[in-house]
Write a protein that binds this ligand. Sequence first.
Ligand SMILES: Nc1nc2c(ncn2[C@@H]2O[C@H](COP(=O)(O)OP(=O)(O)OP(=O)(O)O)[C@@H](O)[C@H]2O)c(=O)[nH]1
Ligand SMILES: [Mg+2]
Length: 1047
Amino acid sequence: MIILEKIIALQKKTPHIRNLCILAHVDHGKTTLADCLVASNGIISSRLAGKLRYLDSREDEQIRGITMKSSAISLHYTTGGNEYLINLIDSPGHVDFSSEVSTAVRLCDGAIVVVDAVEGVCPQTQVVLRQAWLENIRPVLVINKIDRLIVELKLTSQEAYTHLQKILEQVNAVTGSLFTSKVLEERAEKDAEAQSSCTENGSGDQVYDWSAGLEETDDSDLYFSPDRGNVVFASAIDGWGFSIHQFAEMYSQKMGIRSSVLLKTLWGDFYLNAKAKKIMKGAQSKGKKPLFVQLVLDNIWSMYDAVVTRRDKEKVEKMVTSLGLKVMSRDLRHSDPKVLLSAICSQWLPVSQAVLSMVCEKLPSPAEISAERVEKLMSVGARRFDSLPEQTQELKKAFLDCSADETAPVIVFVSKMFAVDSKALPQNKQRPLTQEEIAQRREQARQRHAERQAANQSAESPGSADTGGASTTVAPASGTEALSVKTAVEEDNKEHFVAFARVYSGVLRKGQKVFVLGPKYDPSLALRLPEGCSAADVLPSVPHMACCTVDSLYLLMGRELEELDEVPTGNVLGIGGMEEFILKSATISTSPSCPPFTPLNFEATPIVRVAVEPKHPSEMPKLVRGMRLLNQADPCAEVFAKIEISASKPIIPFRETVIRPPKVDMVNEDMGKQQKVAVIHQVKEEQTKYPEGVQVDSTGLVTLTTPNKMATVGVRAIPLPEEVTRLLEDNVELIRTMEQFSLFVWEDKTLDINQKILENIQEFKVKLESNLQGRKWRGAVERIWAFGPRRCGPNILLNSVEGYRRPSVWQCLEREKETEKAEIRDFDNSIASGFQLATLSGPMCEELLMGVCFSVETWDMKLSAPLAHGAEAAGSSVDCYGPFSGQLIAAMKEACRYAFQAKPQRLMAAMYTCEIMATAEVLGRVYAVLSKREGRVLQEEMKEGTDMFIIKAVLPVAESFGFADEIRKRTSGLASPQLVFSHWEVISSDPFWVPTTEEEYLHFGEKADSSNQALKYMNAVRRRKGLYVEEKIVEHAEKQRTLSKNK
Ligand SMILES: Nc1nc2c(ncn2[C@@H]2O[C@H](COP(=O)(O)OP(=O)(O)OP(=O)(O)O)[C@@H](O)[C@H]2O)c(=O)[nH]1
Ligand SMILES: [Mg+2]
């Protein structure tokens, strides 16, 4: 309880707060490190640190041994005479839970990035560094598991030094590439500004500057380096860790060298010249031991050698006394040397001290939030910060001040909702009793006992008025007890949602009235509200805004929650009673002009779905409730409904596309012609079964007329180059912004788009142009009509109608120069809608299309003028085929589908990439599993200094179920892959392929459906969707036989 009071007091000292999260690849030791830090506060015993994994509070986390949910804990730490409050969030490292990392990173100002000294930088390490970068939070580095270098790899201290240097280089390379891309971006921005001001002034002399700006920008405090104090070397499991500060202090006393000198030279190419008593440069070239090896690593190596390897009791005792440590004799006698080791090392170089003092020194406090980060948080999507309403812009000051004044507006961001068992809530928890309460209870019990005895005695003499009274007072008491038990049982089944949040300004109090702003809230709507209004007033309803009262506030202490009355700015907290108002994330404020925070950066893409239904249909409502809770809690799977459900097999998505007709070289073509017997004609005829009214010419142009014969459209499908498809996929946000802009123009409104976004759009356009080269694509980019499906997908509708100039989709780029009046033809929208529908579900198995360009080449309308201009609405000439616009949509959709079918069609499969680490012995088995599942190895390399191979491979999602398990089984648990969605890939085989030549007949037989992977996938999807599957089950009935007879 002392801790709690201390923490509450510290919460008010904003400059002494550090909000940070621990990030790393899976299994690099985040939770173990967190354990050591938690133990330093006496919350768990230091003997159990590393074994308990205190922050993995869920049962399934303990069983599986991995973290699945991020959880927070508040710690205090004293260094340099100052007390600090550290709000620590442990995050999961497995890709499957990467959304939890995003929610954690948003609430922090700094991060501890943990890297395994053996495995080095792994894919997820890069991802978390990127995430920290995107959220503008400052990272520090902990290189963990140094003990593995000694015990497992048996490196010498010199080798270990080289190895550690390499790891640092790897980490810095990742940071460096992030930094370079940012500088170049800023540079381009500045250039654009300079250019625009240049043209405004019309000044004649031009200065060309071709430096990239990299030289001028100071990036030195960005990189990790031990001499900058942002790196700690540790072994969390053995409880030790150090930064070179500690050794510099130690040796400056011992050797009489100033510690500032040691700080500069302990890491790097320096050595000690014992004769001259000098530190010299050039250890490597002169073949000397670097200072770091001699003064730091050698000590640790000899400690491990004495304690673990040789178990030399005398030497250990000597070392212990020379270091001035005290070791309990039971540790000295323990049969496991690791126990003794951690007892010594955790005293000598306590990891918590090294890490926490680095954190307090190097990471910023909440008050130091940068203006850049604030603007990033406040400007949603494409909106420019200075296009936000004035009151909203004023709030930037509140963020920067980070003040806990009464007058400061309250701004809180909720990044996720997490479920807590109602028993675990502090209100419902049994408090430990105080001494007086215990005494009181004892007294009560004694009285009751005495009464009962008295009653028993008087029962022998019935009719006593006394006893009657006593029994009536007892009865109701037991009644209420029973009642409360019942309600408690009901409560038991209830999960409570607690909002995981942080205060950015002001003080959040229990019982306060606040606005809850959803992610889609528009702060300009606040202008409509009366000035100076608060959430306590009766206000007109505004979309995505709700008013509510803060129910309860919690301090997050790992698995415990402590109730609080108020939380000042800069702290991480839990808020109860918000489940009605918040789905996943929200912004809470006392000011209605507060903008919602930018959405979180989620790194993972959800690919696979399942359909679920309850086993007993009567339990449907429960399932619905469970699903709703699940949705609120997390994208990860978990069921709250506690009923039996049956889940479908995983639903694997595919995409459909067309490709260019395959090229056959001349010789082969000739041979093909000879062999392709008459069958070929038959097949051709079968395939080109187009209904009446659809004309298809030999080049694949499909012409279709609406039922009322009023309009004709001619459409051709063209495969888009792969780069273009990828470009379209990567720039969905930009396309959406463009679409929004066009919509605003359509409604005669304007949308202010951020300068940077405009530039990105321009860049996107240039890239498109450079990828769409050649005669076929001349001027195509300007003629883009729409993107689809859903207006922003990877397919293009192209306007190739002669003489039709419609407003370009790029109009947001051409705001200034008034383009010549382009007009929109009537029913323009119907054509686009037809295209959207067609791309939404393709003809093969009703999956989305991808990488297809539909070029509208003719569009004739034989409309009498009045029909086009609203006569239809008047009802005078409604034809029997329904509204004309609808007919046109349907015709366009059909035309697109036939155009698609006129080309060679292919399925596209979603692909995972995975990185597998395996030893040489099991390599062959890994390959066997991969090739069985249609995987493809991209790269194989040996991890330096180890006997591990790293294999990078891609694998279709459809083949991935049970993959991780199979690999683990086949390699006896030595290799464990993580699958990450990477891209869509065309399956090269043609689903409609049938054998046509004699040779193929011989080889595949007549049906040939056994070998066709694409057909297999397509039919599986068709079957699932209840579509017609073309399959012969029984072909020659007379040839059937019963197996049992023949056997
Ligand atoms: N040899 C050695 N093993 C360690 C060290 N730190 C952690 N481990 C082990 O590494 C394994 C993973 O540790 P965790 O702390 O659960 O790793 P994590 O990063 O929290 O993993 P996720 O949360 O699942 O991503 C455990 O078996 C630990 O015992 C260390 O310093 N040395
Ligand atoms: Mg963990």
